[in-house]
Design a protein around this ligand. Structure first.
Ligand code: PHE
Length: 340
């Protein structure tokens, strides 16, 4: 029996040495210490032994059992450490590897670029930015702007109605009402914003478009204040050599009203496809504020006067950057936007 124990010890030591993983170790554990393992069998066979022999063999067998249990536990620990080490080695980063280049940088939208130029020109003349909602009261879009019921601008063919009294604003002019009601005169405001009209999209129409409104409220405002401001503005945005002209026009909320043209930025006034041969480009609508509007907002029209103007920011962007189709500015194709 003692011989057998020696054999078991030797064989176990050899196998332990050769163990490469957890599974092999477990197989060894079972085959020696398991229920029908080699050592267990020796222990079981001891019952049939002579008393003195049994004590001797028992001691040796139990000692071997303890020894093997310890060795297997130690090996198990060593194996798991090795495993963790291998895993860490696999996860090392090569910090000398060159990084990937970030070549897709975002850019400002041409409309944003155009608006910022317009805004900066006006802020330089004392205007402050103001804001109003895209979903607006019919009253602010029309009634208080002196646009009476039955006026073609109120037609559902032109304006998106949310319900009887709420619309998607068809222009930024309702912000004139909002600022007149909200701010203490005198003041000057510049108001950018998205507007909506029932329009079939084509090269020069989009059902959503970007306008910018300007309003100056003060005592003794005259048409020459309007002309001087808008000429300065046109030179700041389109260049010092651009020419301007004013044509009489009609808006219910201004009296008198005028449209401002600038000399064509493409052909410099000689006549081309963009200006349809006229040499002039229509750039904005404007006028001295109708006293009814001032009164509608709770101000005394004998004390306060104003002038207002509105333009298409997308149109300014088209002219400044030579964009032939307005829809390009609303489709936001990254290949188009990346050119600015
Ligand atoms: N709201 C007018 C339009 O959309 C433009 C305008 C604004 C005209 C202010 C006069 C004064 O056409």
């Amino acid at each position: 029996m003692l011989e057998r124990l020696k054999e078991i010890r030797l064989e176990a030591a050899e196998r332990l040495e050769a163990c490469k993983d957890e599974a092999e170790l477990e197989a060894l554990n079972v085959s020696v210490l398991g229920r029908s393992g080699a050592l267990t069998e020796v222990l079981r066979a001891m019952g049939a032994m002579h008393k003195t022999k049994r004590a001797e063999v028992g001691q040796a067998a139990n000692a071997l059992k303890r020894e093997l249990e310890e060795k297997i536990a130690a090996k198990r620990k060593a194996l798991s450490l090795r495993l963790a080490e291998l895993k860490l080695l696999k996860e090392t980063l090569d910090i000398t590897e060159p990084g990937r280049l970030l070549c897709k940088r975002g850019r400002l939208h041409p409309m944003t670029l155009a608006y910022r130029e317009i805004r900066d020109a006006l802020v330089g003349m004392g205007f402050i930015p103001f804001d109003g909602p895209e979903v607006e009261l019919d009253e602010y879009c029309f009634t208080l702007l002196n646009i009476p019921p039955g006026h073609p601008a109120r037609d559902v063919q032109d304006t998106f109605y949310i319900n009887e009294s709420v619309v998607l604003r068809p222009h930024t002019s309702p912000c004139q009402i909002r600022s007149l009601k909200q701010l203490e005169p005198p003041f000057r405001v510049v108001i950018p914003g998205r507007c909506f009209r029932v329009d079939e999209p084509d090269a020069s129409h989009s059902p959503v478009f970007m306008q910018m409104e300007g309003l100056v409220v003060d005592r003794h405002i005259t048409l020459s204040d309007l002309k001087g401001t808008l000429e300065t503005f046109a030179h700041a945005v389109f260049g010092e050599d651009v020419k301007t002209r004013f044509r009489p026009s009609y808006f219910p909320f201004t009296e008198p009203s005028a449209e401002m043209d600038i000399s064509c930025t493409i052909c410099k006034g000689k006549g081309c496809r963009v200006c349809k041969g006229s040499g002039w480009l229509e750039i904005l609508g404007s006028g001295v504020t109708n006293p009814h509007v001032i009164e509608n907002c709770g101000l005394d029209p004998h004390e306060w006067s104003a002038f207002a103007f509105g333009l298409g920011v997308d149109r300014v962007a088209s002219l400044k950057y030579g964009i032939p189709d307005i829809r390009l500015q609303y489709e936001n194709d990254a290949r188009f936007l990346s050119q600015f």
